[in-house]
Design a protein around this ligand. Structure first.
Ligand SMILES: Nc1ncnc2c1ncn2[C@@H]1O[C@H](COP(=O)(O)OP(=O)(O)OP(=O)(O)O)[C@@H](O)[C@H]1O
Ligand SMILES: [Mg+2]
Length: 485
């Protein structure tokens, strides 16, 4: 039972029925009270009318002795309603009465007891019968004051009032039962979408996140909105699970390729005895693959940390000109090897708040990409500008630029133009997603912007830091010929 009461449908119905029963019950009681008041008023007014009639008749009889006038007091009104009349003397004796009174003594004593000084009108039991009574003082002549008692039996009236009460009770009970059924049905109907949602949600597992809650509800319906929100959440979960699946598959693929290569190479090498030179060449090639795997593992680890929100960079003050110069110098041999010119347009002074290790990885990937995609005799330019509290670092190359089909998903994991994953043309396609994660962890961003000329132009935005007064100007330190931009 308790379990049942916890159901929203049952509780809604109970509240609804409770309120309805209260309203219907109050209305029925009010109706019954008004009805009975009206009925009693009709009786009372007949008593009052009759009292006036009888009083005038008593005045006519005047000095005669009552009861000997030959005419008994009238027993009904002019409209034919029976009203018993009893005339009592000053000492309480019955002087006269209408014909229908069976127990004048009982009526006289009740009237004397209940109405010592007269009044209208009350219900009293007289000889086991409910009567509506009124008593009024009358002048009997000779200075004597008697009392005129008028009574009307109201047993029938009371019975019909009881019948009306029973009927009203029956109607109220019927209405409440009907309302309970209707309320239960209505709340069940209103809550049906909740059941559908719960059922669908129960059935959905991570395997079928593409399923959606189907509800046929009018626009603007609250439960429809809830279902839409739930569907939106499912869509996001679906996308993120799909991303996770793709990510795992891509990562496995990236690991499998070099491992397969290493295995083949080891297989071939172990088929027969080799010269020292052959072993050396093989080991070198294996080392390249191991380094590649190591780099991949590092990248994945860093991305996993970024996903978990654990990529909390240190916020050190980094001397930007020095940092950029050092990075560019590190890449100069690789650029020279590909006959690419490395140009720098670095400011004289400035600092960023950041983690040098992470920012180094960010710049390394941008420079690696730029140099790799630049044609022989091409130029890669690194520049930095400070504006409104931000540093804008740009790496521009003179290569073919990022392919149009790749632009929209450039910063996604494993995104690269070379769908066949040709290993000669580059890495796993994780570099730029790492750059984005690092920039975001620093409160900045990275974007590919359209440059004036050909080639790709990547801009990184990082929060700048006020230059400490102790930091000497770049010219004073004599670090190369820097150019203000
Ligand atoms: N400067 C650029 N010019 C042209 N295309 C670029 C440039 N930089 C990146 N791309 C394209 O974007 C893809 C993704 O770059 P990203 O740095 O993320 O991966 P990657 O360099 O292929 O591999 P990884 O950096 O993981 O070793 C590249 O494969 C390449 O197709
Ligand atoms: Mg890269």
């Amino acid at each position: 039972m308790r379990e049942h009461l916890r159901r929203t449908r049952v509780r809604l119905t109970l509240v609804y029925v409770g309120v309805f029963a209260l309203v219907a019950g109050s209305a029925a009681v009010a109706f019954w009270v008004a009805f009975s008041l009206t009925e009693y008023q009709v009786v009372d007014s007949s008593l009052i009318t009759q009292s006036n009639l009888v009083e005038s008749q008593i005045k006519e009889i005047g000095g005669q002795r009552f009861g000997e006038s030959g005419e008994p007091l009238p027993g009904e009104t002019q409209s034919g309603i029976g009203v018993a009349a009893l005339l009592l003397g000053a000492d309480g004796h019955v002087l006269d009465r209408s014909g229908q009174i069976k127990d004048p003594g009982g009526l006289a004593s009740t009237a004397t007891r209940e109405f010592p000084s007269g009044g209208c009108c009350r219900t009293k039991m007289v000889a086991g019968q409910p009567m509506r009574l009124m008593v009024m003082p009358v002048d009997l002549g000779n200075g004597a004051v008697g009392r005129l008692v008028l009574a009307r039996p109201i047993q029938e009236l009371q019975q019909s009032l009881l019948r009306v009460a029973v009927l009203l009770l029956f109607v109220v009970v019927l209405l409440v039962v009907g309302a309970a059924g209707l309320g239960y049905w209505l709340s069940g109907r209103a809550l049906r979408p909740v059941g559908v949602m719960a059922g669908t949600a129960r059935q959905i597992s991570e395997q079928d996140l593409h399923r959606r809650i189907q509800l046929d509800l009018p626009p603007g319906d609250e439960l429809g909105e809830l279902a839409a929100t739930f569907n939106g959440m499912l869509a996001r979960l679906d996308a993120s699970f799909e991303g996770l699946r793709r990510f795992t598959a891509d990562a496995a693929h990236e690991f499998r390729a070099p491992l397969a290569l290493m295995r083949t190479q080891l297989d071939v090498m172990l088929r027969r005895r080799r010269s020292v030179e052959e072993y050396e060449a093989s080991h070198r090639s294996l080392l390249t693959e191991v380094e590649r795997l190591g780099r991949l593992a590092d990248q994945l680890l860093l991305l996993a940390r970024a996903d978990a929100g654990a990529l909390a960079p240190r916020h050190e003050s980094i001397d930007l000109p020095e940092f950029l110069e050092e990075t560019i110098e590190r890449w100069r041999p690789a650029a020279q090897e590909r006959e690419v010119e490395l140009d720098s347009q670095v400011p004289l002074e400035g600092a960023v708040a950041g983690d040098p290790d992470l920012l180094r990885q960010l710049l390394d990937n941008l420079l690696d990409n730029a140099i790799r995609h630049s044609p022989g005799h091409g130029t890669v330019t690194v520049s930095a500008v400070e504006e409104a509290g931000w540093w804008w670092l740009t790496v521009q190359d003179s290569g073919p630029g990022v392919k149009a089909g790749l632009r929209s998903r450039l910063f996604e994991r494993f995104a690269r133009a070379d769908a066949a994953r040709g290993r000669a043309t580059g890495g796993a396609g994780l570099g730029l997603s790492l750059c984005a994660a690092i920039a975001e962890a620093h409160g900045g961003s990275i974007s590919l912007v359209d440059g004036s000329g050909p080639g790709a132009r990547f801009v990184v935005r990082l929060p700048s830091m006020p230059v400490p007064s102790s930091m000497p100007a770049r010219d004073e330190r004599g670090v190369g010929a820097a150019e203000r931009i």
